[in-house]
Each structure stands twice: as C-alpha cells, then as structure tokens.
Design a protein around this ligand. Sequence first.
Ligand SMILES: [Zn+2]
Length: 370
Amino acid sequence: MMNRRQFVCTGAAALFAHVPKARAATYDLLIKGGRVIDPSAGLDAIRDVAIAGGKIVAVEANIAGDAPQTIDARGKIVAPGLIDIHTHAGRSKEGPALLLQDGVTGWVDAGSAGADNIDQIATVARTGPQVGRALVNIARTGVISPAGELHDMNVANVALAQGAIARHRDVVVGVKARLSENVADANDLEALRRAQEAAAPFNLPVMIHIGQSYSNGILDDKGRLFPDVAAARRRGVIFDFGNGTLDHFDWATVERATKQGFWPDTISTDWNVMSKTTGVVDFPNVMSKFIMFGMPLSHIIACATVNAARVFPSFDDRGTLNVGAPADVAILELREGTFEFLDNYKGTRTGSQRLFPAATVLAGKQVQRG
Ligand SMILES: [Zn+2]
C-alpha cells in the first residue's frame, strides 16, 4: 500500500529524472564505488562520495553529476582521513607530508618536546599540510632517548610547562609524561601528578605511557586485567594502543587483554620519520594487527578516526565523512595474503589481511604520491 507521502516523493523523483544534464550537480571531486566505512555514521556500504569547496557534500549510492576529477575506489575502502594521536611528526619538517602519504590527515606529536624545545615542534605543526597538534612533555627537555628524561625530577617543572602551553595555545592540546621504568624509574606517579597540575588550569588532558612502568601496567602478575583499569575507562580515561618501536607492547599482552574483552579506544603509531623500517611501517599496518586479533574492521577504523577525533577538540569536525565535514579521506586497500607483523620484542605473528594506504584526499584535493 502506498500512502500519500510516498506517492509525493515518487512523483518528485520522476520529475527530477527529466532535468537536463547541464543542470546536474557539479562537484570538485568524486570518489566512486568504494566500500565506505564511516563509523561516525554507522555506515559500511558501497557508496560514492562527492566533494565540493573542500567539504563532503554527498555520500550516496551512484551519485550523478560531473566533476573534473574522479577517483575509482572500486575494491577499496573509503574511510575518513586517519587521525594519529601518538606520533613524533613534529620532530622534522618532512614528517607531516610523509604521514599524509599513509592516509593521516591529522596528527598529534606526543611529547617530543618540553618547555625548552616546544617552539620548533609548534612551528612544524603550524606549517604542515594537515592539522597538527602537540602535547608538551612534562620534562622540560622533552624525550631523551634512550637514557630517559624523568630520572632527575628537577626537569619536571610545572611552571615552565604551563608557560609553554600559554605560548602555544593554538597548537598544544595536552601534556605528556612517559612513565616507563627506563624513563622515570620510581618517579612515575610524581611525574603524573605534575603533568596533571600543569594541565589543570587549561583544562587539557594528560597522556601517559603505561606498560613497563615501575608501578604497574594494565595486567596483574597472572595476566588478569586490574579492575581499576575498567573503572578508569568508565570514568572516561581513554586507552590508546601506541605501537612504538621499543618496549610498549608484546603479543602476549595484546592477546591477554583482548581475550578479556579489553580493546583499545584509539589506535596510534608512535610514528617518526624512521618508522617505515620498524614494526610500525605505517598507520594502516598498525591497524591491521588488530584485524589479526579479531577486532571488527569498522571498530578498528573507528579507533583511527572518530574515536581519535573525540579525544582532542581540535579534531571536532574530523574523523567523519558527514556532509559538511572537511573533505579529508583515506582510501585504503585491504589485501588478502600472508603478512608478518612485529611486536617490540622481535615477536612475529602472521595475519591473512593487511590494510595498505592507497590514496589520500586532504581538504578536497587528492594528495600526490611521494
Ligand atoms: Zn612516543
């Protein structure tokens, strides 16, 4: 049975079919026929994406209309541009453009620099092609590797960190403390306290490394998740998987945590310009490790897009393909085969699927391959 409303719609559709072709919509860029996975909209379906004026203007099946440029995305995944909330992209001016090649259209430099050297990082963040932000390290020196920056707590200076935030309110979006045992020893909890003290007047978040820390990780001696971890998540603490190259994680920890139903809220790389030759390789490779552990692909993409965007207000309108959002798009290829993945203790695991970066669109323009 057709009610009146449905009849009216059908009639309108028939009318539009007669509009001359010259009147059809024109766009700047069309991404045709890809599997659009946009967890912010609960969408996983074959769709076209139309872009105009640097914004997403339509996500629909079979979009008619013309565009000077079309990307054929058949057989590929079309996702919101990836947001990597733990990188060291600010360390060199080449970093941001390299990340863009991997589909990363937003990044956070997580504590490369402290109060003494944040100015250089802030300059890279301001001048890069995509949105770049930074966390200021509570240690005024920033990361000292491999010696560690928090053995002498005189460097963890709250007033200096606050001065750095005040100088760079447009770029600094939080405070970082590396609480690994080889960085902080038994100073971990005091470093966290100072990081929180530095961030509090600005109402900014604190990111910490928790893992091989002096006090504890997320698992007890028997590999069980501490009840405090789930309680922290309920309070709103966000758990990021930051791949890294040294320490950070081994396969056994991932396996134990995920078997207890504990999955990351966000996924990140801890990327730097040397990451191609490490177990990181690129952001899609890190995401693929969770395919191997059975995490649904849409959840993995959520961890790298909408969930990451929600951590920092700077990415409020990103991590989504909503109509009206900035047209940042990651086109990925999900290949079947035999792929070896690395943890940070030379452990290898073999998976049967791997995401590869295929193309990136930033602010409506396709990024040229480097
Ligand atoms: Zn890091």
